[in-house]
Write a protein that binds this ligand. Structure first.
Ligand SMILES: *Cc1c(COP(=O)(O)O)cnc(C)c1O
Length: 369
């Protein structure tokens, strides 16, 4: 049996180990927030935003941000049907309803026209998820948000390194959220971050993130509201600081892997990979191939072919409207169709050229049939 090719794993060097060891040995007492503060500063500088709060997950960052926007019972939040459930759960936990709209066939992200059609008097926010590093049409979404007075939230969990006409993903909306889960481009094991340029929203989320204790409160153990506990630990942040020193290299390697796949497939018909239209840089978190319907190549064909070669390939996210807890929602055409004929390709940083050639051989064997 050939050696297994995993689909993602983090890039951890001696630097991450050194910082984590230092945090574990010395990062207590007066120093208990040092790596956290450093990590937040580094992330703000990278993204070009004013405020950041490191969290235990992206889901937690979304939950607090949405709570601070006042999203609650009876409200609706519009998002794409093609997505990981993590974006929808905080909406549900707040008592609001996620409204799933279909995606565009090329970017696999929100269709702005359908977003506008889905707006009702109950709409409280639009969540732009930059799927697999591809970018939403932010100009159009922000214009719709402005027109109806509805905030646009960016779930940029998959979009570190993605740039939309000079602006980094996660820096354009009312707030942005990132994930540092072990499968993502930059990792802290588990972790996330809330980012915004809005000083009031920042203060509100900061208070929420500290169990409702406001920064200016002088009384000890005196919460001013019911908050949350979604903090990142100093040890996780230490790993994050090392990763931030390597952020350029981490993104660059992801893009190299993506571009190699893209070039290899360029001459084949009936297959597409993550797009990179003019003015856009794709952070390339997850190279994903989608076969045209006429090829009749299915997700199951792909899974079988990859399994035979001992390669770990993951399925495209199922449309949320097809999941049992959301079955009352209308299902959507493109979000339901694409997962049936697509697959995520392995893309971790240490993947070799030979590994990539093994992955491509599987794809090419299917196309030439
Ligand atoms: C990974 C991911 C999340 C969840 O991140 P966690 O840190 O695991 O909470 C949210 N949204 C999207 C689009 C993701 O890919």
């Amino acid at each position: 049996m050939k050696e297994r090719i995993h689909y993602t794993k983090p890039s951890i060097t001696e630097l991450e180990v050194r910082y984590a060891t230092d945090a574990a040995a010395n990062g207590w007492g007066e120093k208990c927030y040092e790596y956290i503060n450093r990590f937040e500063e580094a992330f703000k500088a990278h993204l070009g935003v004013k405020y950041a709060i490191a969290t235990s997950s992206c889901t937690g960052a979304l939950h607090m941000g949405m709570a601070a926007l006042g999203i609650g019972r009876g409200d609706e939040v519009i998002m794409a049907d093609s997505n990981w459930i993590a974006t929808a759960s905080p909406i549900v936990h707040l008592g609001a309803k996620p409204i799933f709209v279909d995606i565009l066939p090329d970017s696999w992200c929100l269709d702005p026209e359908l977003v506008e059609q889905a707006i009702t008097p109950h709409t409280k926010a639009i969540v732009a998820v930059h799927l697999y590093g591809n970018l939403c049409e932010m100009d159009k979404l922000l214009a719709i948000g402005e027109k109806y007075g509805i905030p646009v939230i960016e779930d940029a969990a998959e979009a570190i390194g993605s740039i939309y006409h000079g602006k980094r993903a996660g820096s354009m909306g009312k707030f942005g959220a990132f994930s540092f889960h072990g499968t993502k481009t930059l990792t802290t094991g588990e972790g996330g971050i809330f980012v915004t340029n809005d000083p009031e929203l920042y203060e509100h989320v900061l208070t929420l993130s500290n169990h409702g204790r406001a920064r200016g409160q002088t009384k000890q153990f005196w919460p001013d509201m019911v908050g949350f506990k979604y903090k990142m630990s100093n040890i996780q942040a230490a790993i994050g600081c090392a990763q931030m020193e390597r952020i350029g290299e981490l993104i660059c390697r992801k893009r190299e892997i993506f571009l190699y796949y893209r070039n290899q497939l360029a001459t084949f018909l009936g297959i597409s990979i993550n797009p990179e239209p003019t003015g856009i840089v794709n952070g390339a978190w997850m190279p994903t191939v989608v076969f045209d319907e006429y090829t009749n190549i299915t997700r199951e064909d792909l899974q079988i072919a990859f399994a035979k070669e001992n390669i770990d390939a993951r399925v495209f996210f199922h449309a949320l409207s097809n999941l049992p807890m959301f079955e009352k929602q209308k299902s959507t055409l493109i979000s339901s169709s694409i997962p049936k004929r697509s697959i995520n390709l392995p893309s971790y940083h240490d993947l070799t050229r030979a590994d990539q050639d093994r992955v491509m051989a599987v794809i090419k064997s299917l196309i030439s049939h």
